[in-house]
Design a protein around this ligand. Structure first.
Ligand SMILES: O=C(O)CCC(=O)C(=O)O
Ligand SMILES: [Fe+2]
Length: 364
């Protein structure tokens, strides 16, 4: 869907992924997994009616689905694969080098997050992952430029291609959601222009193998804050809490991204669309002994967009009597939700921040 600056061919990449995957222990066969629908990007691009209906169902019922990128999304698959390599190099840097890019003291949500910087539950347990957030505005040179290690700086072209390709997928999904909500043409697109300032980011995540302990969370349970998340997983560990039932693993599928909707879509649609609760725990079975890397592209509304029900969507339910919506912009919402669990900022008051759209996410 988008041009790539990479030199590897799709076949070479598929081969490498296959080799990499073979080196990873398999996802256990006997585990109950989340019933995510598999949606084909090629069919959505071809405006296949049945596929669009399945997409709409996934967005209302679970807010999570697999997107099969093989074919139409090959560029994105290749770029994601290359970024997995970059991400390993980033996390292999010495701790003192990584800490140079920890901008937590500036209360921003970019740069490096060290292990254990945030609380994950009511008992004050700390997270067990490292991540690195890269600002879309920085990479596209429309916003503040953040210092970064050489391994990231030298890959800006690749990161830019990845953002462009992932965002092209998001744009298609937003166009379909626009229809689904009965909004005037281009409403959602006008709130998600790539060239306007927003909190969109690329996140690279690393979690080391952990003690085998069912409750061990590397990422707290949460809903995503933005609009649409494009996630690449190779090892299990991601779990969702379905509206009915208990936590279940999402099995990674080669050639597919995992897509989920965030809080902004719940607010825009007054709960018609779902932003489902999820978390990351130790990978299951034999995978638990492997280091887990994941790669994410977060699309969020432009900074100044107010997150509230869109009044002109014919399919969007009305507000209940007496309900007054808060006036909060996308930028304020992200700052509020993202930094509340950080102990260095909030000390004992750091909370795992279940103040998003979790209640709506549990509706049946
Ligand atoms: O690592 C994963 O699979 C999911 C990460 C996630 O949910 C997030 O960063 O919001
Ligand atoms: Fe998430």
């Amino acid at each position: 869907m988008a041009t790539t600056t990479t030199t590897t061919t799709f076949d070479e990449t598929q081969h490498r992924i296959a080799v990499d995957q073979k080196q990873l222990p398999p996802f256990p066969e006997d585990l109950t997994t989340a019933p995510l629908l598999r949606i084909s990007l090629a069919k959505l691009l071809a405006k296949d009616k049945e596929e669009i209906q399945r997409f709409e169902r996934a967005c209302e019922e679970l807010g999570f689905f697999y997107l099969d990128l093989r074919g139409s999304g090959d560029d994105l698959l290749i770029q994601a694969d290359e970024l997995f390599g970059v991400s390993q190099e980033v996390f292999d840097l010495p701790p003192e080098e990584k800490l140079k890019y920890d901008f937590e003291h500036l209360k921003v949500y970019y740069g490096y997050k060290r292990l254990g910087a945030s609380v994950v539950d009511q008992n004050g347990n700390l997270d067990r992952n490292e991540f690195y957030n890269i600002s879309k505005d920085d990479i596209l040179e429309i916003g503040q430029s953040w210092p970064s290690p050489k391994v990231i700086h030298s890959q800006r072209a690749l990161i830019r291609s990845f953002i462009t390709s992932a965002d092209a997928v998001v744009t298609l999904l937003l166009e379909l959601l626009n229809e689904q909500l009965g909004l005037p043409h281009g409403t959602l697109a006008s709130m998600h222009r790539l060239q306007e300032p927003s909190g969109n980011q690329v996140r690279m995540i690393k979690a080391l193998p952990q003690e085998i302990d069912e409750g061990t969370m590397s990422a707290r349970e949460h809903t995503d804050f933005g609009s649409v998340t494009v996630l690449f997983n190779r090892l299990g560990g991601l779990q969702i809490l379905p509206p009915v039932g208990d936590w279940c693993y999402v099995k990674p599928l080669p050639g597919h991204a995992i897509i989920n909707l965030g809080d902004a879509m719940v607010k825009f649609s007054n709960g018609l669309l779902r932003s489902n609760i999820h978390r990351v725990v130790s990978p299951p079975g034999a995978q638990a002994r492997s280091t887990r890397y994941s790669l994410v592209y977060f699309s969020r509304p432009e900074d100044n967009v107010v997150l509230r029900r869109l009044a002109n969507g014919t399919r969007i339910p009305p507000l209940e009597d007496g309900v007054e919506e808060e006036q909060i912009t996308s930028k304020e919402w992200i700052a509020k939700r993202a930094l509340r669990p950080r102990t260095a900022i909030y000390g004992k008051d750091a909370v795992c921040a279940a103040d998003g759209t979790e209640t709506i996410s549990r509706r049946q």
